[in-house]
Design a protein around this ligand. Structure first.
Ligand code: FES
Length: 157
C-alpha cells in the first residue's frame, strides 16, 4: 500500500528542507514510524524510492538505530535508561520490576499490544536518575509507586 497523501506531503516537506535527499533519511523514517508505528519492509522500499537510494541503505539505517522498529511495536514505548548514573541509582531494579509487572522481557511487547519495553542509553537527565522515557515524556526519580502509576495509565489508554 503506498503512503497516504497526507504522509506523502509530510515526507516531501522534510525532503524539501534537506540539503540532499539522502540526508532526509532519518527524519523521513521517523515520520513513517510515527504514522504506522514501525517500519515495514514495504515502507522502507518506498522510502528508498522516494529518496533515490538503495533499499539496503534504508534497511541499514533502520536496523542500526534502536529508536526504529522493523517489527510492529506496542502503542506505547517505554525506554528505561541503563547508563551509569541511572545504573548506580537502581535502573536495573526498575527494569526488572517493569518486566515482572508487564510479564515480558526487555525488547518485547505486552500481549495486548499496549507496551513495548526497551533499554536506552543516557537520556540526558542523569541528575534525576533513575529515569525512563515513556513515549515522549521523561519520568524521573523513579520509584516502584511511580512505575505502577505509569503502567496503569498506559494500560488504561
Ligand atoms: S545515565 Fe540515565 S539519564 Fe543519564
Amino acid at each position: 500500500m503506498p503512503f497516504s497523501e497526507t504522509l506523502t506531503k509530510k515526507l516531501n516537506a522534510i525532503v524539501s528542507k534537506s540539503e540532499t535527499k539522502r540526508s532526509a533519511l532519518i527524519p523521513v523514517l521517523r515520520e513513517i514510524q510515527n504514522e504506522y508505528g514501525y517500519l515495514s519492509a514495504q515502507s522502507m522500499e518506498e522510502a528508498a524510492t522516494m529518496l533515490e537510494i538503495s533499499p539496503s541503505s534504508v534497511q541499514n539505517v533502520a536496523t542500526f538505530y534502536t529508536m526504529f522498529f522493523t517489527e510492529p511495536a506496542g502503542k506505547h514505548i517505554v525506554w528505561v535508561c541503563r547508563t551509569l548514573s541511572c545504573a548506580l541509582r537502581g535502573a536495573e531494579h526498575v527494569e526488572h520490576y517493569m518486566c515482572d509487572k508487564l510479564g515480558i522481557k526487555t525488547g518485547e511487547t505486552t500481549p495486548d499490544g499496549k507496551i513495548t519495553l526497551m533499554e536506552a542509553e543516557c537520556l540526558a537527565s542523569c541528575g534525576t536518575a533513575p529515569v525512563m522515557l515513556v513515549d515522549n515524556t521523561l519520568e524521573e526519580n523513579l520509584t516502584k509507586a511511580r512505575v505502577d502509576q505509569v503502567i496503569q495509565e498506559l494500560r488504561e489508554d
